[in-house]
Design a protein around this ligand. Structure first.
Ligand code: SAM
Length: 297
């Protein structure tokens, strides 16, 4: 291990940025974390042990990567900014079992990378990241669509997005993103993080969200997962309008369709006047399945 102060300290971050002439790039969502307590708490929230393989998205100059390297079996870090690769190679050189590759996570074939890059790919795979906020949802959707069984996904994001991920039905944060996560994972906010601990400081506060696989299976399965989520997004297109109005936009207004929709809502005991955010995931699945049976979806 190196004798220098840890990368995530303000002094070392400044020194590294100065030495390599690094100017953060807004286009890549670069806000470097400079608080060792927060960094260590992230590793703890992710419950990283020496038996884990970690994928880190966006290592930046390696502040979180260093903490992960000290706790995990192996770390694979994917960084889109090629200018940071030589910096990462050098500052992380004291650590074995850390690989950094120049890779856009949204273009990555994750199962292949896991097989190729980890010495022991059979260990639990955990994702840990201080996410680039401009692509938080696409990254999460990609991770969930991937066939990899993530043991944990522990990621920092804008606080408002964290609240949407963990929202309860009936709240204004509850929506299509909440339901897409709930379909596969249990989400909880581990802790909030002030904007002041980043260089440069973003203009939003942040939170750490921990996602773990659902332990209780869904009581009903959708007729088609992709179509279910297309339907749910359609139902939330006009949040202030009733479910009925949204259904008309999704399904159409012809009298025969309206009659079938009325029957389905009656059967499921769902009021047409309810707002979409009041429906649970199970209710959305039941509704989509019933509409499909009526050839409406
Ligand atoms: N992990 C570092 C930290 O905590 O200080 C940096 C976090 S910074 C918020 C986000 C990082 O993600 C940046 O290093 C940025 O270059 C990288 N990044 C942005 N878009 C990316 C993408 N599509 N794939 C991989 N990395 C990306």
């Amino acid at each position: 291990m190196s004798n220098s102060p840890e990368i995530g300290s303000r002094t070392r971050t400044r020194a590294i940025m100065e030495k390599y002439g690094i100017r953060t790039k807004k286009s890549f969502g670069q806000n470097f974390l400079t608080d060792l307590n927060v960094l260590k708490n992230i590793v703890e929230a992710a419950d990283i042990t020496a038996n884990d393989n970690v994928i880190e998205i966006g290592p930046g100059i390696g502040a979180l990567t260093e903490q992960l390297a000290q706790a995990a079996g192996e770390v694979l870090a994917l960084e889109i900014d090629q200018d940071l690769i030589p910096v990462l190679k050098e500052v992380l050189s004291p650590y074995d079992d850390v690989k950094v590759i120049n890779q856009d996570v949204l273009q990555a074939n994750l199962p292949e990378l896991i097989k190729k890059e980890f010495k022991d790919p059979s260990r639990p795979i955990k994702v840990v990241a201080n996410l680039p906020y401009y692509i938080t949802s696409p990254i999460l959707m990609n991770l969930l669509a991937s066939p990899v069984e993530w043991a944990t996904i522990c990621v920092m994001m804008q606080k408002e997005v964290a609240q949407r991920l963990t929202a309860k039905p009936g709240t204004k944060q509850y929506g299509a993103l909440t339901l897409a996560i709930e379909y596969q994972m249990q989400a909880k906010i581990a802790f909030d993080v002030s904007r002041k601990v980043f260089v440069p400081a973003p203009n939003v506060d942040s939170a750490i969200v921990v996602l773990t696989p659902r332990t209780n299976p869904l009581p009903v399965q959708p007729f088609d997962k992709q179509k279910l989520f297309g339907f749910i997004r359609g139902c939330f297109a006009h949040r202030r309008k009733s479910l009925w109005n949204n259904l008309q936009s999704v399904i159409g207004k012809d009298p025969a369709a309206k009659e079938k929709m009325t029957t389905v809502l009656n059967q499921l005991d769902i009021s047409p006047q309810i707002r979409p955010e009041k429906l649970t995931l199970e209710q959305f699945i039941e509704l989509a399945n019933a509409l499909h049976q009526q050839n409406l979806l």
